[in-house]
Write a protein that binds this ligand. Structure first.
Ligand SMILES: [Ca+2]
Ligand SMILES: [Ca+2]
Ligand SMILES: [Ca+2]
Length: 319
């Protein structure tokens, strides 16, 4: 039923106004507030930011006594041992991602996964393919072994080879590349073409965090697999692959600096947490740098929560 309000002027009704059902209005306001609250909570729950990064460089080291083979801009990355009609040859993949350009400095990395697309292998068995941190910088020239090209192509200036970090002027300490002894991630890869995902592992998270905090030591990962049985070699899509879906993709989840309650934005709730840690002098990795209140200097916190950190906090206020 509609209700009307008469507005009087000089004792005569001049306006007739429908009075809206107040209950309806109240319900609408409550519904709107409810939606707003729900959205805020969703944002809170999903306070972790997610970014996907294509490879910035990739290449393959092909076993060669003269270090003259590479595949800088070819459409594939290889790993494993080939052989059969041709003599056995080891291949080791290299892959690098420009982490610090894509993730805001000071962020806390919480999850890292790497997707690679297997295009072909002759291997009938599944093999573990390992990621290990590369310990020296390396290059990607213009060599291209073509669509299949598992034997490599003549190296060009700046290419990584079995002997060179940069053909033909800089060298690995160990022929075949210098890699960490620690496995960052491993994945069983069978003979079926398709996508395979590494991680997230604590070591992959630690690697990417260290690359964000110290970009000068970001040399990416090597891709290693069984090198003692012939035909374990595998061909994955490189960043130059014509099919975008076959290219490597790194997915990183991170929490922004100063977002101490992981809500996705920086406000009074974070300030309250920051105030709890004010003047702390015992911040370290073990206590998560005083629950991340020790955020400055960015990427290299100094153990104290002081004006430097407050300044950094203010810089991100309401972001
Ligand atoms: Ca490449
Ligand atoms: Ca927050
Ligand atoms: Ca500090």
């Amino acid at each position: 039923m509609k209700r009307y309000l008469f507005l009087y002027k000089d004792c005569a009704p001049v306006y007739l106004v429908e009075v809206f059902n107040m209950k309806k209005i109240q319900n609408r306001i409550l519904l709107s507030l409810g939606l707003l609250l729900t959205l805020t909570l969703l944002q809170s729950v999903s306070g972790v930011e997610v970014i996907q990064i294509p490879a910035g460089r990739d290449n393959t080291l092909f076993e060669s006594a003269t270090g003259t083979l590479s595949n800088g801009i070819g459409p594939n990355i290889f790993t494993g041992l080939s052989g059969g009609i041709a003599p056995p040859q080891i291949k080791r993949g290299l892959i690098w991602f420009d982490v610090d350009v894509n993730v805001p400095p000071g962020s806390t990395i919480t999850s890292v996964t790497l997707k690679l697309s297997l295009l072909r292998t002759r291997d009938l068995s599944s093999r573990i393919v390992e990621l290990r941190r590369v310990l020296q910088d390396w290059g990607e020239g213009t060599s291209n072994s073509g669509l299949t090209g598992g034997g490599g192509a003549p190296a060009t200036t700046g290419d990584a080879t079995w002997l060179h970090t940069f053909f033909n002027t800089a060298f690995w300490v160990n022929p075949g590349g210098d890699f960490s002894g620690t496995v960052s991630g491993s994945q069983s890869v069978d003979k079926l073409a398709g996508d395979y995902t590494w991680g997230s592992t604590a070591q992959m998270v630690a690697d990417v965090q260290s690359w964000l905090d110290d970009p000068n030591n970001n040399f990416g990962w090597s891709l290693l697999t069984n090198e003692s049985i012939i035909q374990t070699a595998r061909r994955f899509g490189s960043r130059e692959n014509a099919t975008v879906a076959n290219r490597p993709l790194l997915t990183i989840e991170y929490i922004k600096i100063a977002d101490l309650d992981d809500s996705g934005f920086i406000n009074f709730a974070d300030h309250a947490l920051f105030a709890n840690e004010w003047k702390a002098t015992d911040c370290e990795a073990l206590n998560d740098w005083c629950n991340r209140a020790d955020m400055a200097p960015v990427g290299n916190p100094d153990g104290n929560v002081d004006y430097l950190d407050l300044w950094e906090f203010v810089l991100h206020w309401l972001q």
